[in-house]
Write a protein that binds this ligand. Structure first.
Ligand code: C2G
Length: 132
């Protein structure tokens, strides 16, 4: 069984998230998603709209996702790849090159981001609509 892992906040789930999850799953047979905890989000300078538990439940409902684990630190990736016998690590190409150190342990794939959508854009558009 070819195991794939990807990481992220996945807040306000949108088509960009679905596209990367679908393509990540296509690279293997089993997809693990490591979702940033609320505390780790704070480290990333992010405040998610949905709590970790809500984001976890939403991702677990997606057909491409087989397992969801928490992401607590930047440093846990090597341990995750080893502990879960991961074959392929996937991230959007906004992270191009950032995780090449994992190439010692598994394949590292950066996939093109979906253009024109982001959680930040959703929040901005909703805010603009509200303010007219
Ligand atoms: N993504 C995408 N297209 C978009 C928006 C996001 O392909 N329009 C991808 C990102 O490249 C990332 C994943 O969706 O691979 C999750 O994005 P975020 O929730 O923004 O995650 P991020 O804050 O980048 O967290 O340790 C890694 C970090 O936890 C990554």
């Amino acid at each position: 069984m070819k195991k794939v892992i990807t990481y992220g906040t996945f807040d306000l789930l949108h088509i960009g998230h679905i596209n990367i999850l679908r393509r990540a799953k296509e690279l293997g047979d089993y997809l693990i998603v490591a979702i940033s905890s609320d505390e780790f989000n704070a480290l990333k300078g992010k405040k998610a709209y949905y709590t970790f538990e809500q984001r976890k439940a939403i991702l677990e409902a997606i057909r491409y996702v087989d397992e969801v684990i928490p992401e607590h630190t930047w440093e846990q990736k090597v341990q995750d790849v080893v502990n879960h016998n991961i074959d392929v690590f996937v991230m959007g190409d906004d992270w191009e090159g950032e995780f090449d150190f994992l190439k010692e342990y598994c394949e590292v794939v950066y996939l093109p981001r979906t253009v024109g959508i982001s959680t930040t854009k959703i929040k901005q558009d909703l805010n603009n609509a509200k303010n007219g």
